[in-house]
Design a protein around this ligand. Structure first.
Ligand code: IMP
Ligand code: MG
Length: 186
């Protein structure tokens, strides 16, 4: 595993921002918090594909208690590195969320526009409660006020990839989160 500051990294990755150990710790912390907050309750994790799939896979194993999972896929970026602000549902949930405690599991909160749309959409389906867990939170980038109860790591304003996050569908398989060379998307 490439460590911070140690070579070799793929040529398009400028640096490792969060390594596997840091990611493991943060997932354990959030999993523990969620388990405590929902003790004795049935919980549904609504995973936002594709970026959050690895985070969810690790998170669900860090939560003790009754937990179910489902998936939604949305598109807000097109093929590039900038949020278009227009969110499209590509795949909807396969279960009803009515009367259920749900947590939306996101990879990264950037402008917040995707999450704003998702919260509005899912609230209209009358869940009992709705919260958000995001692995990464890009500091100072939010264009809208969305409350996020579970936040993993604060991320600088860079385009990051790995651990599920992509650029043009690449780099999702990196076991760490790294900063993409700006020349790749400039
Ligand atoms: P937002 O609508 O601007 O908050 O963007 C949210 C979505 O855009 C995230 O769920 C990601 O899928 C994607 N995204 C935002 N920033 C990054 C990044 O730095 N790397 C990879 N994907 C990103
Ligand atoms: Mg996403």
């Amino acid at each position: 595993m490439p460590e911070k500051g140690a070579a070799p990294l793929p040529p398009d990755i400028r640096e490792v921002l969060f390594d596997e150990t840091e990611l493991e710790e943060v997932v354990k912390r959030i999993g523990g918090q969620i388990a405590r907050d929902y003790a004795g309750q049935k919980l549904l994790l609504v995973t936002v594909l594709k970026g959050a799939f690895i985070f969810m896979a690790d998170l669900v194993r860090a939560i003790e208690g009754h937990v179910e999972i489902d998936f939604m896929a949305v598109s807000s970026y097109g093929d590039g590195a900038k949020s278009s602000g227009v969110v499209r549902i590509i795949k909807d949930l396969s279960v009803s969320v009515e009367g259920r405690h749900i947590i939306i599991v996101e990879d990264i909160l950037d402008s917040g526009l995707t999450l704003k749309y998702l919260l509005k959409n899912l609230k209209s389906r009358n869940p009992l409660s709705i919260e958000v867990a995001t692995l990464l939170f890009k500091e100072g980038k939010q264009q809208t006020d969305v409350s996020c109860k579970y936040v993993g790591l604060i991320c600088p304003d860079e385009f990051v990839v790995g651990y599920g996050l992509d650029y043009n569908e690449s780099y999702r398989n990196l076991p760490y989160i790294g900063v993409l060379e700006p020349s790749v998307y400039a």
